[in-house]
Design a protein around this ligand. Structure first.
Ligand code: SF4
Length: 344
């Protein structure tokens, strides 16, 4: 498994600074073996429209203009999705919806529901298809949603997860006629509802060195019902691996979201990565005269499932963290000065 993310699609049309990825609910009608936030029908914690709209309103004041509404399955609460989307639309957001497509029961139902979402401001839909989803949502519904998106002229981008069942993967590709369709996948996040499957996935997914790692722009602001604010759409249920790193910005239930957004804007690490995706940080450190030897000796042979795991390991290495703290502010300041000059 050695494919790279297709560098196309709506995520590439919007700056990382502008994005909010929102886990609206941890609840889901499915319980996929592999699931970043370990959603299932027993999980109940969710946001409510007022909280979500508050976050978006504050976000808009700080330059946020791209909302990826996700879960769990946000469409378990269709009225709330419509309310949040309408408010986001009025605030000027470009709105995307992640969904498992369970609600697209028939072609007509898919068009009817999607028309309502479109009227509320949703512009792009990211349905999921994988061997794990197949147990809960028939492929027919994803096809219904795809046809509805085409009929209503809405963006449709399929999220794809390679599984530990190659025959099922092949069946989905054949059944959906995916030959020639752009598939969106990501590095492996080792989380889900079945630890045995995750262990299998760890065996078949490729670990890559910093030189080989891909970046699908997965570093941007994300929020969840716990109140966590983490700068990655690879956020998990408990986000333990992000705690005490620059990627964990705080909890909006415990401090003001405005303070958290200020901290995001002032973080040299985040601002550098937002404007300089991988491998920029790797190159910066590898080529530094004083630090390059240590960096290359320590990291060039290590391998990771995703660029996020690589960044987290950088932050947890004391010498690297100290180097970032001393050196990145000046680099970021100079880049900001250059950008200001080019926008005058
Ligand atoms: S992967 Fe998606 S559909 Fe499956 S349990 Fe998680 S949120 Fe639900």
């Amino acid at each position: 498994m050695y494919e790279y993310y297709p560098k196309t699609g709506v995520c590439y049309d919007h700056g990382e600074n502008s994005k909010i990825y929102m886990i609206y609910t941890f609840g889901c009608n499915a319980a996929c073996d592999h699931c970043l936030v370990e959603s299932n029908p027993r999980k109940k914690k969710k946001l409510d429209p007022a909280t979500a709209i508050d976050l978006l309103t504050t976000g808009a004041k700080y330059g946020k203009s791209f909302l990826d509404l996700s879960g769990g399955e946000a469409m378990l609460f269709p009225e709330e999705v419509l309310e949040v989307a309408s408010a986001a639309r009025d605030l000027g957001y470009y709105i995307c919806l992640n969904t498992n497509a369970y609600w697209a029961r028939t072609p007509d139902k898919a068009v009817e529901t999607l028309a309502g979402l479109k009227a509320a401001g949703v512009q792009a839909v990211f349905p999921s298809a994988s061997a794990y989803h197949l147990r809960y949502v028939p492929l027919e519904r994803v096809k219904n949603l795809r046809a509805a998106c085409r009929e209503l002229d809405m963006v449709y981008e399929l999220n794809w997860v390679y599984s530990d069942q190659p025959e099922a993967d092949e069946h989905i590709k054949q059944e959906m006629g995916l030959e020639g369709e752009t598939l969106y996948y990501d590095g492996l996040v080792t989380a889900g509802n079945n630890s045995e499957t995750i262990a299998n996935l760890e065996k078949i997914y490729t670990r890559r060195t910093p030189e080989q790692l891909d970046d699908c722009l997965s570093v941007h602001l994300a929020v969840n019902p716990h109140g966590h604010v983490v700068t990655s759409c690879n956020m998990t249920y408990d986000n333990a691996k992000f705690k005490d790193t620059p990627f964990f910005l705080g909890n909006f239930h415990e401090q003001s979201f405005e303070d958290i957004l200020r901290a995001e804007a002032q973080s040299p690490v985040l601002q550098f990565i937002y404007h300089n995706p991988h491998p920029a940080l790797h190159n910066l450190m590898a080529n530094d005269q004083a630090f390059g030897d240590y960096y290359r000796e320590t990291f060039s042979e290590r391998s990771y499932f995703s660029v996020i795991d690589y960044y987290l390991e950088l932050f947890r290495d004391q010498r690297t963290a100290a180097w970032l703290q001393s050196n990145l502010p000046a680099v970021v300041e100079e880049q900001q000065r250059q950008r200001a000059l080019t926008t005058v």
